[in-house]
Design a protein around this ligand. Structure first.
Ligand code: GLU
Length: 495
């Protein structure tokens, strides 16, 4: 047995990587990275009827985009083909079918499992009967008592069968979970789980448990929905005399109304968030906090910090509410803190069609950086700044109850002041500060108010009640455009 941490993310490719899966993958990765252990990607594809075309590729590719690459298991090679690496393969679960079948046979031999011949109709009738009687619906154990020789004869005669675990029917089992501590289960409420289906394929329960043993997994970190299955998994470990890994069941993810996170209320595929322009580092930061906060006094953590601070035992038991506003807030933070060229590269797909020189467009994009949550939102703001003629019909150029004539007076004065500044001063780095100083000095000298001068100026430049500051606008628009807009605003006020 290894003393190195070995953890696995074991998604079923029945869909694309979703937010919950990403959190599971992340917590596994954090523990592996923190301890210098191995992070394994095992694909649990035994339920062939539910496989989604492109699911495996999506999971692997999305994990890579999020900076979560497994160092062992399934990956995409440089031709984008599904490949495997590591000493514990295969990592595509269906390829391990023979091992699973052999384990199931061993369980039968140890009398820890049995053949069951009950037809789908019988099971349906049974379920119906139990439902009407208000009892829990579960297998009644009819085939438990069938002697093995008889069962083997029936199989030899071509009868269809499944293999079920022969679980205890009385007493309790107490399991230990890193997050939840001791949890006790009543055996009488646990169904004799099917481990081999009638098509000969193993179910998740057998496959995952045996693979976890064979791959020497030390910690199983997975969603809370698997908690009810834990006794069955421990039963398998115990039957074989294997040491079980440590288990940690992560809290459920909830919609704002505390129902289970669903597609109906939120996007759940990680790809959807990436396509909308959420940054990988923001998504990682956000997802890490779904059920855990390293220090409790802040919300922003880099991936490196998360690795250093991760503590599985401190993960919450209670469900974690998926709060989109928090994701937006985190994304705004990262969008503002990445280098300018990275930010611009993100905005380019949205502003490439704007008919203006790139330098001008980029300056406008930088100007609105503090006002956007997603790069796509830059387009509208930038095009407002860049358009040749400004429409003042929806804007209030005059401030509050300010008479139009006064607004005109202020704008004329600023226009005069700006006309006297030469073109090259507008292009200087310090232009913004200089404009601000000059204009504020003029306001003081004349004994005017900031509001009654700067409001009309800002709206004259932007055509909008809400916009970046007039000094920022002056810097981006430059002398000629700024003067043209002031004239247009003056003439709008004068009509
Ligand atoms: N294949 C299971 C899933 O997709 C994995 C559960 C586990 O980690 O044991 O949820």
């Amino acid at each position: 047995m290894t003393d190195k941490v070995r953890v696995r993310f074991a998604p079923s490719p029945t869909g694309f990587l979703h937010i919950g899966g990403l959190r599971t993958a992340l917590y596994n990765e954090l523990l592996a990275k923190q301890t210098g252990g191995s992070f394994i990607l095992r694909i649990e594809d035994t339920d062939q009827t539910r496989l989604v075309e492109g699911g495996i590729e999506n999971i692997v590719r999305t994990m890579k985009m999020m900076g979560l690459e497994a160092n062992e298991g399934v990956y995409l090679d440089n031709k984008d083909q599904i490949a495997e690496r590591g000493d514990y393969g295969p990592y595509l679960q269906t390829k391990r079918k023979d091992k699973h079948t052999a384990y199931a046979k061993q369980l039968i031999e140890m009398d820890k499992a049995y053949y069951c011949f009950c037809s789908a109709e019988r099971l349906e009738d049974l379920r119906h009967e139990q439902q009407t009687a208000g009892k829990p619906t579960m297998y009644d154990g009819k085939c438990r008592a069938t002697p093995r020789e008889e069962a083997e004869k029936r199989i030899a005669n071509g009868e269809k069968y499944v293999i079920r675990l022969k679980l205890p029917k009385q007493g309790r089992i107490t399991a230990w979970d890193v997050i939840r501590d001791d949890i006790s289960f009543d055996w009488s409420l646990i169904d004799d789980q099917i481990i081999i289906k009638s098509d000969g394929l193993p179910t998740y329960h057998l496959a995952a448990t045996c693979d976890d043993h064979d791959m020497e997994i030390t910690h199983v970190i997975r969603g809370e929905d698997w908690l009810p299955s834990l006794p069955k998994h421990l039963f398998i470990f115990e039957s074989f005399g294997w040491t079980a890994p440590k288990y940690a069941h992560l809290p459920l993810l909830l919609n704002a109304d505390h129902s289970k996170l669903s597609k109906r209320q939120n996007d759940v595929a990680v790809e959807d968030y990436l396509n909308k322009g959420y940054l990988p580092q923001a998504i990682i930061n956000f997802v890490a906090l779904l059920g855990w906060n390293p220090t409790g006094d802040r919300e922003l953590y880099s991936h490196e910090e998360l690795i250093l601070m991760f503590d599985l035992a401190k993960v919450n038991k209670a469900g974690a509410v998926f709060n989109l506003e928090k994701l937006d807030w985190i994304n705004e933070h990262y969008l503002r803190s990445i280098p300018e060229d990275e930010y611009l590269a993100l905005t380019h797909p949205y502003i490439k069609d704007l008919n203006s020189d790139q330098n001008f467009v980029d300056r406008a994009a930088l100007l609105v950086r503090d006002r956007v949550t997603l790069p796509s939102q830059v387009a509208e703001l930038v095009s407002t700044i860049l358009k040749e003629t400004v429409d003042y019909s929806q804007a209030n150029i005059a401030w509050k109850t300010q008479p139009k004539e006064q607004a005109v007076e202020r704008l004329e004065a600023v226009k005069k002041l700006l006309s006297d500044i030469d073109e090259s001063s507008f292009a200087k780095r310090e232009a913004r500060v200089e404009h601000e100083q000059r204009i504020k000095k003029m306001i003081m000298d004349k004994g005017w108010g900031n509001g009654d001068t700067l409001w009309p100026l800002r709206v004259a430049l932007s055509g909008q009640d809400k916009s970046p500051s007039p000094f920022e606008l002056l810097e981006v628009l430059g002398k000629e455009r700024s003067l043209k807009r002031l004239e247009a605003a003056i003439s709008h006020l004068s009509t």
